[in-house]
Write a new protein. Structure first.
Length: 272
C-alpha cells in the first residue's frame, strides 16, 4: 500500500552567521562579559549570544554582493567587502572604537585555524579609559598627548609600549588627550642585561604615540580645563592606525616599567 502526503510549508526559520566578534580586554586578553553597545549600518543585524560573542547575522550589501556570484559561489573573494562597526562601553570603563570587519569570511572548514575563517571569532581589543580599572602589580602609564605647536589636546591617538622589541601594551587617548596604558606581566624582579647588576626591579621600554591627522581630535586646553566635552568624541580604528603608523606623525619617550608603580608622561606630536 502506498501512502501519499501533501506537505505545506507553514513557517521557515533560517539562521545565518556571517561572522562573530569577541571583545576582549586589551591588557589581559580576557573576554569581556559585560554588555557592550554596537552601532552598525542600517540593515545589519548583530546579536549577542550566550557565549558573549557579537554574531553578525545579516548585512544586505553582502547579500547583493554574493548574488553576483550565484553561478559560482566559491569564487566570492574572501574579505572583499568591509563592514564598519562602532563598539562602546555604556559604563565608560573602555573607550569607544571603530571595528573593521572584512566579509565574507572564509567558509572552508579546512581553514578553521586561519584568522579570516568563518569558524573563528574576530578578537576586538577594548582599550581602557583614563579612569579604567588596573591590577595591583601592573605598571600603569598615564599619558597626556598634545599638539606641539598649539598645545591642543589630541584625542584618538594610539599609544604603544615597546620593550625588548615586542609590543607589551597599547592604548588610546580620549578627547582630553588623556590615556591610560596598563602593562601587565612586568616581573617584580628580573635578570639584568647590564654589566654589574644581577637583578633589576624595572625594565626599559619606549612609549610611542601615533596620530592620524585625518581622524585625530584637537581640543584647546581652555576647553579641557573647563570640562567642555566636544559634540563629537574621537573615534578611530586602532588596527588601521597600527597598520599605517610608519607614515603617520609620531612622538616617543623612553620609560622604565616597574610592577605596581604608576608613571606619567607628556608627549607632544608635530602635526601637519
Amino acid at each position: 500500500m502506498t501512502l501519499w502526503f501533501n506537505a505545506r510549508e507553514v513557517e521557515r526559520a533560517e539562521r545565518r552567521v556571517l561572522g562573530a566578534l569577541r571583545c576582549v580586554d586589551a591588557t589581559t586578553g580576557a573576554p569581556l562579559d559585560r554588555p557592550l553597545r554596537v552601532q552598525a549600518p542600517e540593515g545589519a543585524r548583530i546579536e549577542r549570544n550566550r557565549s558573549g560573542l557579537l554574531v553578525i547575522h545579516e548585512w544586505p550589501p553582502l547579500a547583493l554582493h554574493m548574488a553576483a556570484f550565484t553561478a559560482a559561489p566559491d569564487d566570492v573573494p574572501v574579505g572583499s567587502l568591509t563592514l564598519m562597526l562602532t563598539v562602546s562601553d555604556p559604563l565608560g570603563h573602555y573607550l569607544p572604537r571603530l571595528v573593521r570587519v572584512n566579509l565574507p569570511r572564509d567558509p572552508d572548514p579546512a581553514h578553521a585555524g586561519q584568522a579570516d575563517s568563518l569558524f573563528r571569532p574576530m578578537n576586538v581589543p577594548m582599550y581602557p579609559s583614563a579612569t579604567g580599572r588596573v591590577g595591583a602589580n601592573w605598571a600603569c602609564i598615564s599619558v597626556s598627548v598634545f599638539e606641539q605647536g598649539s598645545g591642543d589636546a589630541l584625542g584618538g591617538v594610539l599609544l604603544r609600549v615597546v620593550a625588548a622589541g615586542a609590543v607589551r601594551a597599547m592604548g588610546l587617548s580620549d578627547w582630553r588627550g588623556e590615556a591610560l596604558v596598563p602593562v601587565a606581566g612586568v616581573p617584580v624582579t628580573t635578570w639584568s642585561t647590564q654589566p654589574g647588576d644581577v637583578i633589576v626591579t624595572q625594565i626599559p621600554a619606549e612609549l610611542q604615540a601615533v596620530a592620524d591627522p585625518a581622524s585625530v581630535l584637537r581640543t584647546p586646553q581652555a576647553e579641557v580645563q573647563f570640562g567642555r566635552m566636544p559634540p563629537v568624541l574621537p573615534l578611530v580604528d586602532p588596527a588601521a592606525l597600527e597598520t599605517a603608523r610608519a607614515g603617520l606623525p609620531q612622538a616617543s619617550a623612553v620609560v622604565s616599567l616597574a610592577a605596581g608603580r604608576p608613571l606619567h608622561v607628556a608627549l607632544g606630536i608635530v602635526l601637519p
